[in-house]
Design a protein around this ligand. Structure first.
Ligand SMILES: [Zn+2]
Length: 153
């Protein structure tokens, strides 16, 4: 059973559907839009039914552009969530929905730093040692008993 926090970190299935549906819609829009150029090229110099065909081409171009636009919007909603893409103004929710991306960006920055061997100084923890009162051996701060003599610290 995934915990709640775990589930929040993943992009919900319905948003993936949005995303892919948007992508398909964009591709279909592009094809419809592009086909207007193909058919106008095919009928180039053919002036029969010019007006009819002209308006149907216009209609297809507009439908194609609309599909691409809607597809783009759907895709960004799917990718970033309603709040994350700014459709719903809810910064708190947006942060949760954008979390996979923030984490990705953070991870990439961390990878880049690792790659460049840059250390932000967070890693080398300062180890505080505690001296055993019985034998004087230095033990780590959180140890309960002395490593050397077993005396309670
Ligand atoms: Zn000791």
């Amino acid at each position: 059973m995934p915990t709640r926090a775990r589930r929040r970190r993943q992009i919900p299935a319905e948003r993936k559907v949005f995303y892919y549906f948007g992508m398909v819609s964009m591709v279909v829009g592009l094809l419809v839009f592009g086909s207007t150029f193909v058919s106008s090229a095919m009928h180039f110099g053919d002036f029969t039914n010019f007006d009819d065909r002209g308006s149907s081409l216009m209609g297809r171009a507009i439908v194609g552009m609309a599909l691409m636009f809607v597809g783009g919007v759907l895709r960004s909603i799917g990718a970033r969530g309603l709040a994350g893409s700014g459709v719903v103004l809810d910064p708190e929710r947006a942060r949760g929905e954008l979390e996979p991306y923030s984490r990705m960006a953070g991870g990439m920055v961390k990878d880049a730093l690792d790659e460049a061997d840059i250390d932000l100084g967070a890693r080398p923890e300062k180890v505080v040692m505690v001296k055993c009162r019985a034998c004087g051996k230095l033990n780590e701060e959180d140890s309960k008993f002395c490593q050397e003599c077993g005396q309670a610290i």
